[in-house]
Design a protein around this ligand. Structure first.
Ligand SMILES: Cc1cc2nc3c(=O)[nH]c(=O)nc-3n(C[C@H](O)[C@H](O)[C@H](O)COP(=O)(O)OP(=O)(O)OC[C@H]3O[C@@H](n4cnc5c(N)ncnc54)[C@H](O)[C@@H]3O)c2cc1C
Length: 637
């Protein structure tokens, strides 16, 4: 298969503009003749559904939560990047582009990243117009703070609840269209299969989560904005419901999966405290603006933080990376936290934590300013740990947070199945091997508000659609497939709960495909995962029936998909004989312990084709070329 990213050529500054001009348009009167299915109501899906309806398309929109505004995007705390240069501190579209390509360790497409940086400025204007209450300075201008991997302040924020405020903006735009009858909203409805007719994505099969009713919905194009798959690791900062089902089932119909092993580990999370835990909590990266990361100089030092004098502390990020200090990118900060803990210098009961200390910032600025900046995050930390972070340093440790991998899409955001579009965290597109903080919200909204509404018209205008209805054989096959999976799960009547399998899978993934990977460990995981999957189908216990609200059944289907995806992630990690960004293969590191890329052999996007459960998938490679930001060893020193 020849992978065509459809990236425009020529001067990078005008690529998107020229590309847009060359796209076919659907005239306003014709838009109402098309129906677009949008799965997902997070920042990506919500903004896309609202924008497409605003343009005049008929939209059918789906989410599994009870309300579109409960999508996981609501959890985003820290902020959203945009190259507005309000601080006049040297920022520009080019610098945001440069930081993102470098931050992603040269594994993203330059054309996509440049477009993202360009659109970032429009997003802020759009959200301000919607009334999103971004933090402001005394002058009235929007305030900014810094995030990792940047030496400028370009992150717009609304206290520690930026995602919630942005989602309320998108949600209101969506509600307006629901009210106008342009969007038909289906909450508590889970997509369980994709309908492909004559090679084109034409619809989805869903299950009503309240009644169990299996139903099909047809349209002219399908958009997946279904979020990331970090929960394959069981413990992550993601909302418990986040899963891979929509994109995995589309993958099984022929949509290639891009860079599945690229996962992001966030350095500042509340450490794991016990086996009973089902979720990890993020402490926003914004805290690293003022918090200083340190551990004791000596291994095994069990004194409390206040008893360790200044001279016996190691501010290891400031020491090793003086230019970026505590604001090095996430992959670098996480790896360093792991290595000081491996040296026996970790703190807290488990010794798997480092300090994030606000003592100096409080002395310099006063507790009031710190409270104003991070009050809700400090409260959250205290509620979870029982410790007061104003008086004791926070304890933090890296945790799974974001997936840079996802369905492969071209520059138009179309997957390898014509008519299937994938946006937001669900696609692989813009962040390479490591996403910079505050860039996921930017990408989700860029895709939904600005890119997709332009590119989807080109497909609709240039395709002849035959009329299809739910009696079509492809619809019946997809429905039968969904019912068969449900039946099989309910009839297994085994001994172990879904969660126990999920936890076991998560442990394998964290141990062998987590923050550090090596060939031996990955091969071991590749032996274990199929065994676990086979045992799962034989021995899983799902209580209740399929005709009612049954969260155990919902989870069971999602875990079944994780058990297949996990294998692909390990295969991808094993194939990539290099380290880059969040993919750290222990065999490939510089003498200083930094990720050592192999541009000669691995400067590509890996795009995997499904060949059946348990059969080897086929790897396709999209070569990456860099005309503007030339690959070099990343340095934050
Ligand atoms: C704790 C936390 C804090 C974060 N903070 C930041 C931050 O400050 N800045 C930043 O840039 N990024 C941040 N991120 C990352 C960012 O929040 C996410 O990447 C982004 O919100 C994903 O948006 P999305 O629209 O792609 O998906 P989501 O918000 O996850 O939405 C997915 C949608 O798809 C629906 N869905 C999924 N599967 C199905 C299905 N099978 N059927 C029907 N519906 C389905 C869901 O119901 C939901 O509506 C943070 C992430 C976490 C975990």
């Amino acid at each position: 298969m020849e992978l065509d990213g459809k990236c425009p050529t020529g001067p990078i500054e005008t690529r998107w503009e020229r590309h847009r001009f060359n796209l076919k348009l659907v005239n306003p009167a014709n838009k109402r003749k098309y129906t677009i299915i949008v799965v997902g109501t997070g920042l990506a899906g919500g903004s896309a559904a609202a924008s497409l309806a605003e343009l005049g398309y008929n939209v059918k929109c789906f989410c599994f939560q009870d309300s579109p505004r409960r999508a996981h995007s609501i959890a985003a705390q820290g902020g959203i990047n945009a190259a507005k240069n309000y601080h006049n501190d040297g920022d520009s579209i080019y610098r945001l582009f440069y930081d993102t390509v470098k931050g992603g360790d040269f594994r993203a497409r330059e054309s996509n990243v440049y477009r993202l940086a360009q659109i970032s400025v429009n997003i802020i204007d759009q959200c301000v117009a919607q009334g999103v209450p971004f933090a402001r300075e005394y002058s009235g201008y929007l305030d900014n703070r810094s995030f990792g991997g940047a030496q400028v302040s370009r992150t717009f924020y609304a206290r520690g609840q930026t995602g919630q405020q942005l989602l309320l903006g998108a949600y209101q735009a969506l509600e307006r269209q629901i009210g106008a009858g342009q969007v038909e909203m289906h909450s508590r409805t889970e997509m369980l299969d994709l309908i492909v007719i004559e090679g084109r994505a034409r619809g989805i099969v869903t299950r009503d989560l309240m009644t169990g009713k299996v139903e099909s919905f047809l349209g002219d194009a399908v958009v997946l904005g279904t979020g990331g798959y970090g929960n394959v690791f069981y413990l992550s900062t993601n909302a418990k419901g986040c899963n891979t089902t929509a994109i995995w089932r589309a993958h099984k119909h022929g949509a290639l999966f891009g860079n599945p092993c690229f996962t992001q580990i966030h350095p500042t999370c509340i450490p794991v405290s016990g086996e009973y835990q089902s979720k990890l909590t993020l402490m926003s990266e914004s805290l690293r603006n003022d918090g200083r990361v340190w551990v004791p100089l000596k291994a095994g030092d069990k004194r409390s933080a206040s008893q360790i004098p200044e001279g016996e502390r190691d501010y290891f990020l400031e020491r090793k990376y003086p230019s970026f200090g505590n604001l090095v990118p996430r992959d670098v900060a996480s790896r360093n936290a792991k290595s000081v803990c491996d040296e026996g210098r970790g703190v807290g009961e488990t010794s798997l934590a480092v300090y994030l200390d606000f003592r100096d910032a409080i002395q310099r600025l006063g507790a009031g300013v710190i409270k104003e900046r991070y009050g809700n995050l400090f409260d959250m930390y205290e509620r979870i740990t029982g410790e007061d972070p104003y008086n004791n340093p926070m304890r933090i440790y890296p945790a799974i947070h974001y997936t840079m991998g996802g369905l492969w899409v071209d520059y138009n955001l179309m997957a390898t199945i014509p008519g299937l579009y994938v946006i937001g965290e669900a696609n692989f597109s813009d962040h390479g091997a490591n996403r910079l903080g505050a860039s996921a919200l930017m990408q989700g909204l860029a895709d939904g508000y600005f890119v997709l509404p332009n590119t989807i018209g080109d497909y609709l205008a240039s395709t002849k659609f035959d009329k299809v209805d739910t009696s079509h054989a492809a619809v019946k096959d997809a429905e039968a497939n969904v019912c068969a999976i449900t039946k099989r799960l309910l009839e297994a009547k085994g001994r172990r709960s879904v969660d126990s399998y999920h936890r076991e899978l998560g442990k394998i993934m964290w141990e062998y495909c987590g923050m550090a990977r090596n060939a031996e460990g990955l091969k071991h995981a590749l032996g274990k995962i199929p065994e676990l999957r086979e045992q799962y189908w034989r021995d899983v216990k799902v209580l209740g029936t399929g005709d009612e609200l049954n969260q155990s059944l919902e989870k069971a289907g999602r875990v079944a998909d994780f058990l297949e995806l996990a294998e692909l992630m390990c295969l991808d990690a094993l194939d990539r004989n290099e380290s880059c960004g969040g993919h750290f293969r222990e065999e490939y590191q510089t003498p200083e312990g930094e990720a050592a890329r192999d541009d000669e052999c691995h400067c590509y996007v890996s795009a995997w084709e499904f060949k059946g459960v348990g059969s080897a998938p086929q790897l396709h490679k999209e070569p990456l070329t860099f005309e503007y930001v030339h690959p070099a060893q990343r340095s934050y020193k």
